[in-house]
Design a protein around this ligand. Structure first.
Ligand SMILES: [Zn+2]
Length: 231
């Protein structure tokens, strides 16, 4: 019912830029006006050679490749988009941005021969509140285009404090034991793509990968919508 009401709201709500809340949305793919869209900084994947950036201090586990679409910057349009995806009850936007991810990374993803996508799990409580897992929706187009499954029931996230308002150091403690494994069978000897909206310290990523046995996957690749550079 709530989802239905939210969908109705989206239809009747004025089409304004989710960042400046002033101009009409004119961008073809993003809920931003041109002025706000032009502020987005693309992440330079070729500069990092698709490797995990050194500033992701937590990621000591082996990740074969890492890529991001944008840089995440506080109070900037990317933050507004992500907040809108997470808290704006707008599953359609998450799917739309997922299509953008596919268009941007198609060649890279095809080259990796991914077998399955593992969207970053959220707790069942959060999923009920939000109505969806945004990472799962971000992966819809990639899953469909590559004909591979979205593993949304293999790993469970326990209820936890939101990471958003925690500082870098607190995130490490908050993510320890954050997940539990239901089954690792779909991961065994597979090329897995972990998908998330934002990556800040890599603590959540590390906690997720540490949930299963070392080397169970053939390769682990990470794709995030936005990466937070160290200030
Ligand atoms: Zn704007």
């Amino acid at each position: 019912m709530r989802q239905y009401l939210n969908a109705l709201t989206a239809v009747f709500y004025p089409n304004v830029c989710v960042h400046c809340k002033q101009n009409n949305v004119v961008h073809a793919f993003l809920p931003l006006c041109f002025a706000c869209a032009s502020q987005i900084r693309n992440y330079n994947n070729t500069e990092t050679e698709f490797k995990v950036p050194q500033t992701l201090t937590a990621v000591s586990v082996s990740v074969n490749s890492f890529c991001a679409l944008w840089y995440f910057e506080k109070t900037k349009p990317v933050q507004s988009i992500i907040e809108h995806i997470k808290y704006g009850h707008n599953p359609q936007l998450a799917k739309q941005i997922g299509t953008l991810l596919w268009q941007h990374f198609e060649a890279h993803l095809r080259m990796l021969h991914i077998d399955a996508i593992l969207p970053m799990p959220i707790s069942s409580l959060r999923k009920r509140q939000r109505g969806y897992n945004q990472a799962e929706l971000l992966g819809k187009t990639i899953s469909k285009q590559l004909g591979i499954p979205l593993l949304n029931a293999s790993i469970i996230r326990k209820p936890q404090q939101s990471q958003t308002r925690l500082g870098r150091s607190h995130r490490f403690y908050n993510t320890e034991g954050a997940f539990c494994v239901k089954t690792t069978a779909p991961l065994a000897s597979k090329n897995i793509l972990i998908l998330d909206d934002v990556c800040t310290t890599g603590a959540t990523l590390e906690a997720l990968i540490n949930t299963w046995e070392k080397n169970i996957c053939k390769t682990i690749h990470v794709l995030v919508l936005a990466y937070t550079p160290l200030q």
